[in-house]
Design a protein around this ligand. Structure first.
Ligand SMILES: *Cc1c(COP(=O)(O)O)cnc(C)c1O
Length: 424
């Protein structure tokens, strides 16, 4: 009997993978709680919650039970002209948790489409009001997804190089690194004099794919305030930061200036099913409301608001606000803090940072090519029963909120062992 990884080689093309140089993929048979199990039954602690999704643990019976029951009731139905209980209940539970100005939810399938929807919403908002605003603004190293609009506002060239000629019109600014980012604000004022900016798309507080880069919250508030004064719509991409990652339900909750549009996915459905939400204010919604059909938003995906995905999201929300999960978040934040103090100043650590349950260490480990260190470090961690997937030279931890103290210590131990090896 051939292994999964051997059979995989025949027909499958993996995402974000150079198949010539990439090491063999690993077959995963089962996941439960914080553990992933390979074909031999060896368990690995999922230290990054499977790309920030499975924050309540894998195959959480509270969530799978609800979805299993929903499955026997209503599987899928067209969401134009029809509605259903899971979507309505989700809207009633989610809106009160979002920043206070959010009033409407638009459903789609993944983080990229959530951003795509947000961009189209913002552009049509101005169009419907008779204003021609064509330029988008974004941070230099942001990541917002792989579809064309989302890719255009992303600043990471590894992903975007071949498509640079097919981009929307985007201007870029650096992230604020201080409370009063004077030079940045001056540059913004100048830019807004000459360009008709429709929207600013940003990852608040933490930029995930840019290796968990963190910026100054007060500084971001200043930037957002300046843009709002000029009628620029603020689009917060909380696909990564949403649902407790930064210590609050949403990163935008730590800012004074609230977004006009907000993008959610990843942990939205607790890692069970793909779905996304783009929420917006009443003012945005109202710009699409009228007797003229063409004012409407003509965007829709076949699986919009799939009842099973909505059910998973609803169950996930119930867990998020529950005391055990909130306690888990606080415990992780506290442990991360202690671990940081322990490794800060280690000769192999160039920089370290934390926001909520997100911990990141930039390591002194120059590799011959992008990804070489990641492959090596990943193998090192897997041998120790831990799954971490560094971004460049940055090792980061974003564990499921249900992780136990000793499991968290096992992750830290594996990282410290790597630091010792790097120093040697
Ligand atoms: C992952 C991510 C996306 C894209 O989401 P997909 O579901 O992979 O399309 C967009 N924005 C941010 C901030 C992300 O972390």
């Amino acid at each position: 009997m051939k292994s999964l990884s051997q059979r995989d080689r025949n027909y499958i093309w993996h995402p974000l993978t150079q198949h010539k140089t990439h090491p063999e993929v690993i077959g995963i048979r089962k996941a439960e709680g914080v553990y992933l199990y390979d074909e031999e039954g060896k368990g690995y602690i999922d230290g990054i919650s499977s790309w920030y999704t499975a924050v309540y643990g894998h195959c959480n019976p509270f969530i799978t039970g609800r979805v299993a029951r929903q499955m026997e009731q209503l599987d899928q139905v067209v969401f134009s002209g029809f509605t259903h209980e899971p979507a309505v209940s989700l809207s009633e539970k989610l809106i009160p948790l979002l920043p206070g100005n959010q009033a409407r939810l638009f459903f789609s399938d993944n983080g990229s489409t959530a951003v795509e929807v947000a961009i189209k919403m913002a552009l049509q908002y101005h169009f419907n009001r008779g204003e021609r605003r064509k330029v988008l603004l974004a941070f230099e190293e942001g990541f917002h997804g792989d579809t064309f609009g989302a890719m255009s506002v992303s600043g990471l060239s590894v992903y975007n190089g071949p498509f640079a000629d097919f981009s929307l019109e985007v201007r870029r600014i650096p992230v604020p690194d201080q409370e009063e980012p004077t030079a940045l604000l001056t540059r913004l004022e100048e830019l807004l004099e000459t360009e008709s900016v429709a929207a600013f798309v940003y990852e608040p507080l933490v930029q995930g794919a840019a290796a968990m880069k963190m910026h100054n919250a007060r500084g971001l508030d200043r930037v957002l305030g300046c843009l709002r004064e000029k009628g620029v719509l603020l689009v917060a991409d909380e696909v990564m930061t949403g649902f407790g990652k930064t210590g609050t339900h949403f990163a935008s909750g730590q800012l004074k200036t609230q977004p006009d549009i907000l993008c959610l996915s990843k942990a939205l459905t607790a890692g069970l099913l793909p779905m996304a939400v783009t929420s917006c204010t009443a003012a945005v919604f109202d710009a699409f409301y009228g007797d003229d059909l063409s004012l409407g938003f003509f965007h829709g995906h076949t699986y919009t608001a799939n009842p099973l995905a909505c059910t998973a999201a609803l169950a996930g929300l119930e867990l998020l606000v529950s005391e055990p999960i909130q306690e888990g978040i606080r415990r992780i934040m506290h442990s991360h803090g202690e671990f940081l103090r322990r490794v800060d100043g280690h000769p192999a650590v160039r920089a370290s940072r934390q926001c909520g349950v997100i911990l990141a260490l930039d390591l002194d480990a120059p590799g011959p090519r992008y990804g070489a260190f990641r492959d090596r470090a990943m193998r090192f961690f897997m041998e120790r029963g831990v799954y971490l997937r560094p971004l460049g030279n940055t090792v980061y931890v974003l564990p499921p909120y249900v992780i136990r103290r000793e499991e968290l210590q096992k992750i830290y131990g594996a990282i410290e062992a790597l630091l010792e090896q790097l120093k040697a």
